[in-house]
Design a protein around this ligand. Structure first.
Ligand code: BG6
Ligand code: MG
Length: 248
């Protein structure tokens, strides 16, 4: 039987097409600091908090700044990003995202948002997405951000379900690590070259089939360590235990 009780969705790059805005805003900052910042570099920033993203960006540009300078730059990046998201339109909800979450809910499975972003509220309100979730955990609710599992563990706690009964949907390598560290199954949204260690990978939620989701939680562990008595039931000689056919 499936133990699937909840699905936890990342926001940027899974539900809404905002990963590109984070990238564009950081690219402007890199240009101001006189170095090039590529889409490949940007993969390292996905899923990671704003200040940690800035630290990675500065390490790519080989630049050292004081804490107060970093805070100014992080605010500049955020202002650029907020300008982008304030102009978002409903067609920037990624294909199939809303429909898939509604389908999941129609199966009685709980849904939560698990995002590193502190701008989650703006996006959810602008696109009226909040009613899709039973719980919303974002960058304002956690002390440790992905790859730390806190955001997903808090979502499970809020939903009152066990982490092992949850499936996470993630587009960022840091998010996949966080989901696995939380003991959850993880569906990667993106390409297999970037998202290692996922249980399933699809290009987008429009390509996610409900039966594939349910199958993810159908695994069971055949943890059968037979005693002599149990072996007697099957009339098996313990010395031949390694030769027991799998179908027994
Ligand atoms: C994540 C993004 O969802 O949120 C990261 O993938 C971003 O790229 C992080 O750095 C924090 O976002 P914000 O909106 O709080 O700056
Ligand atoms: Mg993301």
């Amino acid at each position: 039987m499936s133990n699937l009780k909840a699905c936890i969705f990342d926001l940027d790059g899974v539900i809404v097409d905002t990963a590109k805005y984070h990238y564009l805003a950081w690219k402007v900052i890199a240009q101001k600091l006189n170095f090039d910042f590529t889409e490949i570099d940007n993969e390292r920033l996905k899923g990671v908090s704003r200040m940690e993203s800035l630290d990675i960006l500065l390490s790519i540009g080989n630049i050292n700044l004081s804490q107060s300078e970093k805070e100014i730059i992080a605010e500049q990046k955020n202002n650029l990003y907020i300008d982008y998201i304030n102009n978002m339109k409903p067609d920037e909800i990624l294909p199939g995202a809303k429909e898939f979450i509604e389908l999941v809910r129609s199966f009685g499975i709980l849904t939560a948002l698990g995002s590193a972003s502190k701008n989650t509220g703006i996006i959810l309100e602008k696109l009226n997405l909040a009613p899709l979730f039973d719980a919303i955990i974002d960058g304002n609710c956690v002390l440790n951000t992905k790859p730390n599992p806190e955001v997903f563990l808090k979502a499970a706690e809020r939903l009152k379900v066990s982490p092992t009964d949850c499936v996470v949907f993630e587009d960022a390598a840091a998010g996949v690590i966080a989901a696995k560290a939380a003991g959850m199954k993880c569906v990667g949204i993106g390409s297999p070259e970037i998202l290692k260690g996922v249980d399933l990978i699809v290009s987008g939620l429009d390509k996610m089939a409900m039966n594939e989701l349910l199958n993810l939680q159908m695994d069971f562990y055949f943890d059968f360590n037979p005693t002599e008595v149990e072996l007697g039931r099957f009339s098996i000689n313990p010395e031949n235990v390694e030769n027991i056919p799998l179908g027994i």
